[in-house]
Design a protein around this ligand. Structure first.
Ligand SMILES: [Fe+2]
Length: 603
C-alpha cells in the first residue's frame, strides 16, 4: 500500500507511506532552493517517490491536506513578502475594511506579487479571491491530471486533523494514552483543537476552536516589532527574555485584557476589532523588548492553562503539541513544567510542512483495504532523516566541479580528524547522509563548533549566518551525557530541538555558546547512536579529545537561504561563505589559510 501525502499551502511538502511506514518526507524549499514554500510541491513529490524507487504508477492513494485555500493566498505566495509587503497588506487591504472606507481586492493590492507559476490553476479564480470551494475543485482537477489517479483514489483532509495525526503518529510511545493539542495561525476555519488517543486507537476530537488566536496575536506582535509575521516569530521569542516585568508589564496587560481561556475553549473579555491595528494603537510608546516579553508571557499563560484544563478534563497527562505555535519552545517549557503534565512531546517540523505526513497517516488509518488495527501498527516516524542521501562519488564530483578556491585542500577524513579541527577552535560545516525533515538542522546539514568558546557565536555570524545579535544557537548533545548539560526531570524526548530546558552549571561552562545568551536555557538536540551513528561518533570523538560531550550546532545555510540539500549546495554555500572547512560525506575540504581570512558573507 503506497500512500502519497501532499500539502500545497504554506510549507508545501510531500510524504510517502509504504505499508504503513514513512519512508520519505520533505518540504519544497530544499529541492527547489527557493524560499517559495507554497503551491504544488512538484519537486518533493518526484523526489519522495524516487527515494523509494517508485513512480506515480505505484501510488495507490493520494492524501491532500487542507480543504480551504482561498485563491488570494494561493496566487500570492506570502512567504516571499518583505516586511513592507506585510505592512501594505494591513494598511491597503485590511484597514479600509476596518474603517468601512472600501473593500479593495487582495489580488489588485498585490497584482505585482501574483506568482506566474500558480497559473496552472484556473485563472478565473483570481476574480474570486475567497472562493475556497472553487479553489479546491481546481486543486483536485490539477492533481488528477498530474497524477493520473481517479477521483476516488484521492482524498482531502482537514488542516488541524492533519496536524493532530502527524503528532500522534510521530509519538515514540503510543502505549500511553495521549492528549493532543494543535494550534496555529489558522487552517480550515479553526486555530485550536484538542484530541485524545486512547488504547492505541484512532484520535477522538474533544474540542475545535476558531478563537484560539494565540498564533495570530503573536504574529502581529512580530510584525509590530518590524519583523516578518510568519518566519520571524521565533525572533520575538528569542528577544523576550531580555526584558522584564518593568518594561513588559504594559504590553502584557494589553494582551491579557483580551483573549481568555475557558476550559478547552477561548473567548474575549474585550474583543479587539482586529489583531494588528487595535494592538498597535494600545502599544504605541512601549519598548520593543517589552512587547516581546508581554506577548510571550501571555502566550505561555494561555497555552499552559489550556493544557492544564485538558489534562484535568481527561486525566491524560501525556501531552503532545502540534501546529505552528508548537514551535514556541519557551512556551513548551512552561507546559512541560506543569505538575500535572507527565510528559510533553513536540514532533519535528510541527508547522505546516508536516501536514503532508498527517494527511497520509489519516488516509492510511482510514483506508478500506487496511484493517482497523493498522492504526496501531502505523509507525511512520522513527527518524527525522527523511530527505535525500548521496554517495561519496557524488560528493567528490560536486567538489571537483564546484569552483572551489585555488589551493583548497581536499582529502578523505574520518570523525577523528574533524573532531580535532573542532577541538582546535575551527568551525566545520557537515553535509552527510539524508537531510532532516523540518526546519531544524539535526547534524546532517549543520555547522558545528566547540560550544565552550563564547566568541564562536560572533565568528559564525561573521562568516555565514548574520543572525540577529540576540538570537541563540543550539547544541547537539550525546544522549549519554544529556543529564550533565540540561535539566530534564521528566525524561522528555529531546531528539528534535523542539523543547527548552534549564542548563546545569556544567552546561553553562561547556556549552555556553549553545545556550540562550541571557537566560541560559538550552534547546538541545539529543543524539543517540541508534538514530544517527555517524554524528554520534563525531561528537564522541570530540569528547575523547576535550571531555566535552556536546557541540554547537546551527543550520548549514547562508542567511536567508534554505538549508543545503545535496553536495552541490554544500559546496556552493561553502564557496560563497567565509567558512574554512566543509565535510561532505567522507570528503573534507579546507580553504587555503589566506583565503579563509578574507571570508565574509555574501548571502
Ligand atoms: Fe497549520
Amino acid at each position: 500500500m503506497v500512500i502519497l501525502g501532499i500539502h500545497d499551502g504554506h510549507g508545501a511538502s510531500a510524504a510517502l507511506l509504504v505499508d504503513g511506514r514513512l519512508v520519505a518526507a520533505m518540504s519544497e524549499d530544499r529541492p527547489t532552493r527557493l524560499s517559495t514554500r507554497s503551491g504544488f510541491p512538484f519537486h518533493s513529490v518526484e523526489r519522495v517517490l524516487a527515494l523509494a524507487g517508485l513512480t506515480m504508477r505505484d501510488v495507490d492513494h493520494i492524501a491532500l491536506s487542507t480543504l480551504r485555500l482561498p485563491p488570494k493566498y494561493f496566487f500570492v505566495p506570502r512567504e516571499n513578502f518583505s516586511i513592507a509587503d506585510f505592512w501594505r497588506e494591513q494598511t491597503h487591504y485590511w484597514k479600509p475594511r476596518l474603517d468601512g472606507t472600501g473593500t479593495p481586492a487582495y489580488l489588485e493590492v498585490f497584482a505585482d506579487r501574483i506568482d506566474p507559476a500558480r497559473r496552472i490553476y484556473d485563472e478565473s479564480l483570481i476574480a474570486h479571491e475567497d472562493d475556497a470551494e472553487g479553489m479546491l475543485k481546481a486543486r483536485l482537477k490539477h492533481l488528477q491530471a498530474y497524477s493520473g489517479l481517479p477521483a476516488e483514489r484521492i482524498s482531502v483532509h482537514d488542516h488541524h486533523t492533519c496536524h493532530a495525526w502527524y503528532a500522534y503518529m510521530t509519538h515514540p510511545n503510543r502505549d500511553r494514552d495521549l492528549l493532543v493539542f494543535t494550534t496555529d495561525g489558522g487552517g480550515d476555519g479553526a486555530n485550536g483543537t484538542v484530541w485524545e488517543g486512547r488504547d492505541r486507537g484512532a484520535l477522538r476530537l474533544l474540542h475545535r476552536d476558531a478563537k484560539c488566536n494565540i498564533g495570530r496575536i503573536y504574529r502581529y506582535a512580530t510584525l509590530l516589532l518590524g519583523m516578518k509575521q510568519f518566519e520571524h516569530a521565533f525572533k520575538t521569542m528569542g528577544l523576550a527574555p531580555y526584558a522584564n516585568e518593568k518594561y513588559g508589564r504594559i504590553a502584557y496587560d494589553v494582551y491579557a485584557g483580551t483573549l481568555q481561556n475557558h476550559g478547552l475553549g477561548f473567548s474575549y473579555t474585550t474583543q479587539p476589532s482586529d489583531h494588528f491595528f487595535w494592538f498597535k494603537e494600545r502599544l504605541e510608546g512601549v519598548r520593543f523588548d517589552g512587547i516581546a516579553w508581554g506577548v510571550q508571557r501571555r502566550t505561555e499563560e494561555l497555552l499552559s492553562r489550556w493544557v492544564q484544563n485538558g489534562v484535568g478534563a481527561t486525566g491524560i497527562g501525556d501531552v503532545v503539541m502540534s501546529g505552528g505555535v508548537a514551535m514556541n519552545i519557551k512556551a513548551n517549557k512552561v507546559i512541560w513544567e506543569l505538575p500535572d503534565v507527565t510528559s510533553l512531546f513536540v514532533p519535528p517540523g510541527a508547522g505546516d510542512e508536516s501536514l503532508a505526513v498527517g494527511a497520509a497517516c489519516i488516509a492510511a488509518a482510514a483506508h478500506p483495504t487496511l484493517e482497523a488495527e493498522q492504526v496501531e501498527h502505523l509507525r511512520p516516524f522513527t527518524t527525522p532523516y527523511l530527505g535525500e542521501d548521496f554517495t561519496d562519488q557524488q560528493a567528490l564530483r560536486a567538489i571537483e566541479t564546484g569552483g572551489i578556491p585555488e589551493g583548497s585542500r581536499v582529502r578523505q577524513a574520518g570523525a577523528g580528524e574533524v573532531a580535532e579541527l573542532l577541538a582546535q577552535g575551527e568551525v566545520v560545516a557537515r553535509c552527510a547522509g539524508r537531510w532532516e525533515f523540518g526546519p531544524r538542522a539535526l547534524g546532517n546539514r549543520s555547522i558545528l563548533a566547540d560550544p565552550r568558546n563564547p566568541h564562536v557565536v560572533r565568528q559564525i555570524n561573521e562568516i555565514i549566518k548574520q543572525r540577529d545579535f540576540w538570537m541563540p544557537f543550539a547544541s547537539s548533545v550525546l544522549e549519554e551525557r544529556a543529564d550533565d548539560y540540561f535539566i530534564n526531570p521528566k525524561g522528555l524526548d529531546a531528539r528534535y530541538m523542539t523543547l527548552a530546558f534549564d542548563s546545569t552549571p556544567l552546561g553553562r561552562k561547556e556549552m555556553i555558546s549553545g545556550l540562550h545568551p541571557y537566560d541560559h536555557t538550552s534547546r538541545p538536540h539529543v543524539v543517540s547512536r541508534a538514530v544517527n551513528p555517524d554524528y554520534h561518533a563525531l561528537i564522541s570523538a570530540f569528547q575523547e579529545r576535550t571531555g566535552v560531550g556536546t557541540v554547537l550546532n546551527t543550520s548549514f545555510n547562508l542567511h536567508g537561504e534554505p538549508m543545503v540539500a545535496g553536495p552541490e549546495d554544500a559546496v556552493s554555500t561553502w564557496v560563497r561563505s567565509g567558512l574554512s572547512h566543509v565535510w561532505i560525506g567522507s570528503w573534507l575540504v579546507s580553504k587555503p589559510v589566506h583565503d579563509s581570512s578574507q571570508g565574509g558573507c555574501h548571502g
